[in-house]
Design a protein around this ligand. Structure first.
Ligand SMILES: *Cc1c(COP(=O)(O)O)cnc(C)c1O
Length: 403
């Protein structure tokens, strides 16, 4: 039996430093004493400004979730007739269900279809995966930087979308602060490549304020439209209450925005910590990598992985043993289950739906082989050594039985 005090190696954990906690308590007190607003005040504006600037975008509109962010972007596309009756929205099959539900909910009246894209062997969308599913009805793409990795094809994908008149939404819910570099050596943060970037600040994400989201972009008219929709449809450019859309109340609270501002100050050190852990995992697992039993998601030259999750792929010979490996690690309090299960095209609501087309054989095979190694601010280098040794042991044990 394990001691109950033994450390639990969870996949995600929100992190606030002691200094941040003290400052948050101070600011909350001031808020509760009426010294600053509880809603739609300086913290929301500061968070929008600092986060969009960090991403290298002109504008940021905060909202209460990434799901809301996606919905208002689709509503903008409909309002501008960029999405019409029967058009198709492409999404990687390897993502959270919210991508699909936001697209379906927002476009219900138009009867838009979902095209669920296969992935490359990194669990990312490649230009090829889009081209092989492409039809002229495909008018929008949600590009998901899965686990925090940006596809090495990202600029080719952007150019393809431009050429075909497809609207490109980067879903950066895993990729706060991740970086891609184009062939001219120009650096882009996640969210600065597509027409817009959307983010989640849910509690498992790299930057969290409990619940929250943001849309970042450069197009003034677009951002004006989403700002309107997030805030009940009120025209943000006029004094008073002039409603120009049947919008939502998708606003972010001042308290959440305050947490967001604090978390943004920590983001660079979080990314450094995560990348340090990933390197340590790679070096501790080198024998398994060298013998081709295990591989990590690749990081293209000049790119930075944000390591929301540290995904490793087992050789396909081990695919029938994955559940046993996960179970064995759980005995040591190591949580290695990996998102997303089932993949979108296998979700009961989507699998046989008439509004979905999908051909995702590569992702389906890959989904039998991936694990997620614990990765957050409370994981230390010592923990990495322990986790890697346990994983090695679990795999070696199973090898003895012969896979
Ligand atoms: C978490 C997540 C979402 C949903 O974010 P919420 O803020 O919970 O609505 C959307 N897309 C991806 C890829 C996510 O990981």
């Amino acid at each position: 039996m394990k001691e109950s005090s033994q450390k639990l190696y969870t996949t995600a954990f929100p992190y606030f430093s002691a200094r941040d906690i003290a400052s948050i308590l101070r600011d909350s007190k001031a808020m509760l004493q009426g010294k600053s607003l509880l809603s739609y005040g300086q913290n929301v504006r500061a968070f929008e400004h600092s986060f969009s600037t960090y991403c290298g975008r002109k504008f940021g509109i905060a909202c209460n979730s990434c799901t809301s962010a996606l919905e208002v972007v689709f509503e903008y596309l409909i309002a501008e007739s960029k999405l019409q009756q029967g058009d198709e929205i492409a999404i990687s099959t390897q993502t959270f269900f919210a991508c699909a539900s936001a697209a379906i909910n927002a476009t219900q009246k138009l009867g838009c279809k979902l095209v669920l894209l296969d992935t490359n062997n990194q669990f990312l969308t490649s230009l090829e995966s889009i081209k092989s599913a492409y039809s002229p009805r495909m008018k929008a793409l949600i590009l998901v930087h899965f686990a925090g990795a940006i596809s090495s094809d990202v600029f080719a994908i952007r150019d393809f979308c431009k050429a075909q008149g497809m609207f490109l939404i980067e879903d950066c819910s895993h990729a706060h602060g991740a970086i891609a570099q184009d062939s001219d050596g120009k650096i882009y943060k996640a969210g600065a490549i597509g027409d817009v970037g959307v983010f989640s600040f849910f509690s498992t994400k790299i930057l969290t304020c409990g619940e929250g989201g943001m849309i970042v972009g450069d197009d003034k008219a677009l951002m004006h439209s989403v700002a309107t929709r997030v805030n009940r449809g009120i025209d943000p450019l006029r004094q008073g209450e002039h409603f120009i859309a049947f919008g939502h109340n998708y606003r972010l609270s001042e308290f959440s925005a305050m947490l967001g501002c604090k978390q943004l100050e920590q983001l660079e050190s979080s990314l450094a910590h995560r990348n340090k852990l990933a390197l340590a995992y790679k070096s501790a697992l080198k024998p398994l990598i060298d013998s081709k039993i295990l591989r990590f998601q690749e990081v293209a030259p000049g790119f930075l992985h944000s390591f929301w999750r540290c995904i490793v792929f087992l050789d396909s010979a081990y695919s029938t043993k994955r559940e046993e490996i996960i179970a064995q690690l759980k005995h040591d309090n190591i949580i290695a289950e990996a998102p997303y299960e089932p993949l979108l095209h296998k979700q009961p609501l989507l699998e046989n739906a008439p509004f979905v087309r999908a051909n995702c054989s590569n992702a389906e095979q890959l989904a039998k082989t991936h694990l997620s190694l614990p990765m957050h601010r409370k994981i230390t280098l010592k923990d990495v050594a322990f986790i890697a040794s346990r994983l090695t042991l679990a795999i070696r044990d199973l090898s003895k039985e012969r896979v």
